[in-house]
Write a protein that binds this ligand. Structure first.
Ligand SMILES: [Zn+2]
Length: 352
């Protein structure tokens, strides 16, 4: 995709989202969305602080009744690829939404991938979509409030990369989330490998837009961004403001001038990070997460030996969140009439 087109498409939407997202906390953000949508539609769930009462009978507006697909006369309406519900409104199923997303990903669907359905029945009509980094209990509760039955999450739901659940049998924290999803008929689908395989990488592009750096995107070397010279201190300020990050971890001299930035949001792993530093010798590595016995120690030794590469560790979740936010503007035109909302799962930690 040509640079200008990409920039034009992303800029407006992200600016809008960013203003709201970064001024407000996650809950306030969702509250703002609800207010904008008209609170009356969600009144049965207002005032619930936690997911607990969402599980009790009658405590929430049940959505299970809407899950069945039997009432929709899909037969004969498939020619366009978009089934029509009774009365005319288009009623895509969740599976169809997934298929139309994957149709835009080179090489997808992949035979081996973590991008699988983690909960729910994808053959139900989609009522609303939530994008997020982690389908936390709190994000699920917000999806229920938004009357959304499809959560697209970048990271695992059940606390391990492959979302294996046998080892969690009998674990009450796992069971609570599983029950919450089942009760409300919510589908969770992971969109990790495929989103990174999109061109441009959806996560990377979201981060670049959030940083105001998408104009420096170079498709021939996507992870190296050449920016006008800026001090490390200024870049950290840009990252904190753009990504809504409270604190970052840094190795380097704050006054050092950086031009070539190696962008590795998320957790690429020490070997990949170190090999990329070796190959590119960037002024700065911006990463989401690292093992503190790998990349940071390599950079310490490299700098001792005269190397100039600085390091900023943003935090995994917040380093990739803008990519799931960017997904909203990417997906909306493909699912007309379906509300797509980004609900940031946010930073798990407080920093004292
Ligand atoms: Zn990622």
């Amino acid at each position: 995709m040509p640079k200008m087109t990409l920039h034009k498409i992303t800029q407006h939407k992200m600016t809008q989202h960013k203003k709201t997202l970064h001024k407000l906390g996650r809950r306030d953000f969702v509250g703002g969305v609800l207010a904008a949508l008209g609170a009356a539609a969600f009144s049965p769930l207002q005032g619930l602080a936690a997911g607990e009462s969402l599980l009790s009978p009658g405590g929430a507006e049940g959505t299970q009744g809407a899950v069945g697909t039997g009432g929709f006369g899909f037969a004969g309406a498939r020619e366009s690829g978009i089934p029509k519900g009774p009365g005319g409104p288009e009623a895509l199923t969740i599976r169809q939404v997934i298929d139309l997303i994957l149709a835009k990903i080179p090489g997808a669907p992949f035979p081996q991938t973590v991008d699988t359905i983690k909960a729910g029945n994808p053959d139900q009509p989609v009522k609303g979509i939530v994008t997020t980094m982690f389908a936390t209990d709190a994000v699920i509760a917000d999806a229920i409030r938004l009357n959304a039955n499809f959560i697209i999450a970048h990271e695992p739901t059940y606390y391990n990369h492959l979302d294996q659940t046998e080892w969690l049998a009998g674990d009450p924290v796992y069971q609570y989330k599983k029950d919450l999803l089942e009760k409300h008929g919510i589908v969770v689908w992971r969109f990790h490998d495929s989103w990174h395989s999109h061109r441009p990488d959806g996560i990377l592009m979201g981060v670049l837009v959030a940083m105001g750096w998408d104009k420096y995107y170079d498709a021939s070397k996507p992870h190296i961004v050449s920016i006008p010279p800026a001090s490390l201190e200024n870049i950290i300020r840009t990252a904190k403001q753009g990504l809504g990050i409270e604190k970052v971890k840094v190795i380097g001299d704050l006054s050092q001038v950086c031009k070539r930035i190696l962008m590795m949001p998320g957790a690429a792993g020490g070997t990949a990070q170190i090999k990329a530093i070796r190959a590119e010798e960037p002024d700065l590595l911006l990463c989401g997460e690292l093992n503190e016995w790998e990349t940071s120690e390599y950079i310490r030794d490299f700098r001792y030996q005269g190397g100039k590469t600085a390091l900023v560790d943003l935090g995994h979740s917040v380093s990739e969140e803008p990519g799931m936010e960017w997904l909203v503007s990417w997906l909306e035109p493909k699912v007309p009439g379906v509300r797509v909302t980004h609900v940031p799962s946010g930073e798990a930690f407080r920093f004292l």
